[in-house]
Design a protein around this ligand. Sequence first.
Ligand code: UDP
Length: 250
Amino acid sequence: MASASTTPPPRADGRRADQLRPLRFLNGVAPHATGSTLIEWGSTRVICGVTIEETVPRWMKDQKVPGGWITAEYSMLPYSTLQRKARDSSKGKIDGRSSEIQRLIGRAMRAAVDLEKLGARTVWVDCDVLQADGGTRTAAITGSFVAFTLAIRKLMSQKLLAENPIANTVAAVSVGIVEGQGMLDLCYTEDVAASVDMNLVMTGAGEFIELQGNGEEATFTEAQLAEMVKLGKVGLQQLFAAQQAALATV
Ligand code: UDP
């Protein structure tokens, strides 16, 4: 029985403020992709598939840019959300949010890699949200790094790549301020309730790739910013360990 001094869990699912949702990777879910994983992070689930094209975009050829390119696409499956989300193809236009997220994923993956060592090829990173409960972009980035590493290993085993082009490990996590308290890894209800919402994308070496943070009809102080970054780093350490564990089993 809980003692009278026990503070009740501050979050709906009983997590501590600095605790991630349970995380698991199911590698190889898309066998025709060069590398793939299904990242299950709490109730958020994203399929990350990486395929390689032995060519580079036109602009790279025209500008004689050496090396390769990495590009990403992000989409939510119609049944991934509580209310059906129509596909872009049936609406005839690309969703602005998806376009912003896929550019973020592309930048994150390019920061992981020495593009010259990648050689003259394009890496397609496709992220499809199977179930959304907050943090789909951070799940997409964290899962994409695993799928990407699997794809690079395959290219190396096929002797298509002599040298490993991966320069950094990359993961991402959300943090926020909910009812005045800093919280790590927001689920959808927390995301909706948050006065400040932030996504941290970092390398395993502890450097920032991107910080996306904003107040929702609210402002935040420098001290709160520092608190969120600190919380995010706690989560990221665990994410890097989980990625390595998922990559060690294959
Ligand atoms: N969401 C939704 N439908 C949408 C966009 C978002 O249901 O069209 C939900 C979904 O659970 C998502 C959450 O709102 O994870 C937060 O969305 P946000 O744009 O902040 O991106 P995310 O946190 O997923 O990266």
